[in-house]
Design a protein around this ligand. Structure first.
Ligand code: SAM
Length: 267
């Protein structure tokens, strides 16, 4: 298999990655056969998986618009993924072109593609960093000069924390980012959950052969990730129920979503 330009040396084209599998679910073109197989396997177990991905993207857009309405003009998007329709800088800069966005991902394909599409945009950038090493991540983010950590930041942790295992302490990683941003900052979290459909979550957990370790968590564990943040209404809810703006936002049937989401403000 030839290595495409968007896949830097070192990317293992025979091992599925969460970023590329998610891209495949969303109908993107930055994925390999192994990622498409992982996406197909997921769809076989849970046929509405692509709807879940769309529902999650719709939550991301609503959360960004909410934060902009609340005065935030800079975003730190951690686990940002491979750029697709409705990226944070597009949503935010459409409302206020001065908004700054720093994308952070562990996956070189995500970072390379983001850097390519951001070429010429001096208010958005992408860096490779690991959420499990928040000090290094924050140092790299500061090094870009793009984010002013003395002003409110919109921290986006959308569909990434379930890729951290319990022993990787996802709650502490959220707390470390919280400590780095001033009062008036916000965090948006979406997370795969066993709350609505425990049987579907168990099936993916037990039968998946992709090697991608997903940790479905219950509502209490996900809510605890907002410790120290004031949850804004309606709290931690199913993805389509977080401030839906129109029928189009209802990619999933309420009561059936495999994702929970919320937004918190640092007082
Ligand atoms: N946030 C985007 C969204 O919701 O549409 C993309 C979500 S995608 C399912 C999860 C992303 O998190 C992937 O791009 C993956 O590479 C990234 N990721 C996984 N573990 C990470 C880590 N430890 N540090 C930074 N990014 C990570």
């Amino acid at each position: 298999m030839d290595r495409p330009a968007w896949a830097p040396e070192g990317v293992d084209m025979n091992r599925a990655s969460p970023a590329r599998m998610y891209d495949a679910l969303l109908g993107g073109s930055h994925n390999f056969e192994i990622d498409r197989q992982a996406a197909a396997e997921g769809r076989q177990m849970v046929p509405d998986l692509p709807r879940l991905a769309l529902s999650n993207r719709a939550f991301l857009r609503r959360a960004v618009r909410f934060m902009i309405d609340s005065g935030v003009r800079q975003f730190l998007d951690v686990g940002s993924g491979i750029p697709t329709a409705g990226n944070v800088h597009e949503v935010a800069q459409e409302i206020d072109p001065a908004t700054r966005v720093l994308y952070v991902d562990i996956d070189p394909v995500a970072v390379t593609h983001a850097a390519t599409i951001l070429h010429g945009n001096d208010r958005a950038d992408a860096i490779e960093a690991d959420l499990r090493k928040p000090d290094e991540l924050l140092a790299a983010a500061r090094g870009t000069g793009l984010i002013d950590f003395d002003r409110p930041v919109g921290v986006l942790l959308v569909a990434v924390l379930h890729l951290l295992q319990d022993e990787e302490h996802p709650r502490e990683m959220v707390a470390a980012l919280r400590a780095a941003v001033p009062a008036g900052s916000y965090v948006a979290i979406s997370h795969l959950s066993s709350a609505q459909r425990p049987e579907a979550a168990a099936r993916i957990h037990e039968e998946s052969t992709s090697g991608i370790g997903i940790r479905f968590r219950d509502r209490i564990s996900i809510t605890e990730m907002f410790t120290g943040w004031d949850l804004v209404e309606p709290g931690v809810v199913e993805l389509p129920l977080w401030r839906p703006e129109s029928e189009r936002d209802l990619h999933e049937t309420p009561g059936r979503s495999l994702g929970l989401a919320g937004v918190g403000r640092k007082a």
